[in-house]
Design a protein around this ligand. Structure first.
Ligand SMILES: Cc1cc2nc3c(=O)[nH]c(=O)nc-3n(C[C@H](O)[C@H](O)[C@H](O)COP(=O)(O)OP(=O)(O)OC[C@H]3O[C@@H](n4cnc5c(N)ncnc54)[C@H](O)[C@@H]3O)c2cc1C
Length: 518
């Protein structure tokens, strides 16, 4: 087998004949002797002439052909031992799919509603500011990943085989281009159907879904032969199983508080805090494509990082051609995040611009012990709400922010609830403000034109990751204080993003299968 690079102009999709001819040249044989050709990776190169670059693998006749990745089969688990999965985000869904492969029955308990009913709650949030604490951009079927940009950041197989995630996404309806694109994304117009198809697949194979099932308590109980966990949902509905996967995401603050009440192991961890920066997408296209943007090119992305006062300030979850959304999970908070549809065709580009906050950075919150940073995160979100007395976002133009000047007017924004002019330089914690102020002009050295008063900063971006970790045994993946409980995904503090949370869910389900087979 030989791997090689190919390049084609923007509008030329390589045909079978193009690929065979290129493979023949690379292998030094005639086209008739080429056996298999496979595109491994595709990326856009706008440095000179705009090209798509392909990484291709090919084999000659007589060599072992390139095998396609084969997903393990799902078993029918109707009569199998149940495993409770709390949360139906990427970690919970992919844990459940892996349980089907392992012959175990996933029983998914989800506090929110199904993905279609969820759309109504999200519309009420964006248009009327009405927050349903069980159904919003963070909670509900598909978790925080459903109404998102659907960027699939993780390309590394270090923690697990990402092919299991990507190939299942394709099997349930995602475009196969995600298997090869260097920066794949799905988009929030496509994700709900994929999430629904996953549910249907799980139920078809004997798994169960329970919506409106907010888990409020967990008790160890003695069962036949081994310890069981009784899981109590709002309204008193209970479920029992020997293994419970906790995939509740970084916004399930009530679950952390339940762990603390029970005296179960928790650790404080750092997170990142800052603002969402929104630029006209046309400006980002001009900068990133060096003035060569054409309408059939993808909306340009960026990723920025700099050091300010000894700390990293970086862009987070950049959404090209996206919109800003209120990703609050309780009334009285303002939190922003970004999402986009598959076409990424809005007029705006947004990204979190955040700096890391570590335990010890806010000594006035030390009195809350391991919850110090969680209390701090909540306090910043509430401060933003208090400023506007609504989910409208306090906002300031970028240069005004750096000069500590209130903006006399604000540019149009994609944030549907709206923005109000605010002194973000005063509202943000000082150690965050001073670092961001240093970072924005520095970013313009990496992306000339980024530092502009045409960019709007909206606060706050705070749900970058969980400020608490549920520590677990690295081998068995069980909670250190509660064997049989498997904390995983972003809420457990071991993952960030759709793919890495999905992989973490797969690892938890595999660990359960390993333990059961001993
Ligand atoms: C607007 C937005 C855009 C994003 N864009 C991207 C992106 O483009 N790319 C990317 O990689 N990541 C993105 N993210 C982050 C990504 O969505 C998360 O990293 C990922 O969803 C985490 O997966 P998870 O399964 O660990 O948790 P979550 O997705 O948070 O899922 C947790 C689930 O648990 C449920 N739950 C919580 N508590 C309970 C309880 N007590 N009982 C029952 N159920 C409960 C919740 O309702 C939820 O469904 C975005 C997030 C948001 C909010």
């Amino acid at each position: 087998m030989k791997e090689f690079e190919l390049a084609f102009p923007l509008r030329h999709t390589p045909t079978e004949a193009d690929l065979t001819a290129a493979a023949a040249r690379a292998l030094g044989i005639s086209p008739a002797k080429v056996s298999t050709v496979k595109i491994l990776r595709r990326s856009l190169d706008a440095r000179g002439e705009i090209l798509y670059r392909y990484r291709v693998a090919a084999t000659a006749m007589g060599e072992a052909p390139i095998e396609d990745y084969k997903l393990p089969d799902y078993k029918n688990v109707s009569a199998a031992e149940p495993v409770i999965v709390v949360g139906s985000g990427p970690a919970g869904m992919f844990a459940a799919l892996r349980l089907l492969m392992e012959g175990k029955k996933p029983v998914i308990l989800e506090r929110g509603v199904d993905v279609h009913a969820r759309k109504t709650d999200i519309a009420a949030l964006s248009t009327a500011g009405r927050v349903n604490p069980d159904s919003n951009y963070c909670f509900g079927e598909g978790g925080a990943g459903t109404f998102s940009d659907g960027k699939l950041f993780t390309r590394s197989n270090k923690r697990g085989d990402i092919r299991e995630v990507l190939h299942q996404l394709v099997a349930f309806g995602a475009d196969p281009s995600i298997l090869v694109d260097a920066h794949p994304h799905i988009g929030s117009d496509k994700l709900p159907l994929i999430v629904e198809n996953i549910r249907k697949g799980i139920v078809e194979h004997g798994g169960e879904y329970h919506f409106g099932a907010r888990v409020e308590d967990l008790h160890p109980v003695e069962g036949p032969g081994k310890r069981q966990w009784k899981v109590v949902c709002a309204g008193g509905l209970t479920f029992t199983a020997s293994a419970v996967i906790l995939a509740t995401g970084h916004s399930s603050r009530d679950l952390y508080r339940l762990f603390a009440e029970k005296g179960w192991a928790l650790e404080a961890k750092g997170f990142a805090l800052g603002v969402r920066a929104e630029h006209p997408q046309s400006l980002i296209n001009r900068i990133r494509y060096h003035g060569k943007y054409q309408p059939d090119m993808p909306a340009a992305e960026y990723a920025l990082v700099t050091q300010a006062q000894g700390r990293g300030v970086f862009s987070f979850c950049m959404c090209p051609g996206g919109i800003l959304v209120p990703s609050v999970s309780a009334p009285g908070e303002v939190v922003l995040n970004g999402m986009s549809n598959s076409q990424r065709n809005s007029k705006w580009a947004n990204a979190g611009i955040v700096c890391s906050v570590e335990p010890g950075d806010v000594p006035e919150y030390d009195k809350y012990g391991i919850f110090g940073l969680l209390e701090f995160q909540e306090a910043v979100e509430r401060k933003m709400y208090a400023f506007s007395d609504s989910i409208q976002a306090p906002a300031q133009r970028m240069m005004d922010f750096c000069r500590k000047a209130l903006s006399a007017s604000l540019p149009a924004t994609s944030y549907h609830p709206g923005a109000v002019s605010a002194p973000l330089h005063e509202l943000l914690p000082d150690f965050v403000y001073t670092r961001l102020r240093e970072a924005f002009p520095a970013f313009s050295r990496q992306m000339k034109g980024y530092y502009t008063n045409d960019a709007l900063l909206l606060a706050c971006e705070s749900r970058t990751s969980s400020p608490v970790r549920i520590p677990r045994d690295p081998e068995s993946m069980e909670s250190l204080s509660c064997p049989g409980l498997y904390p995983c995904g972003e809420g457990a503090g071991y993952a960030g993003g759709i793919v890495s949370s999905a992989i973490d869910g797969i690892l938890a389900a595999s660990a359960i299968a390993r333990t059961a087979s001993r």
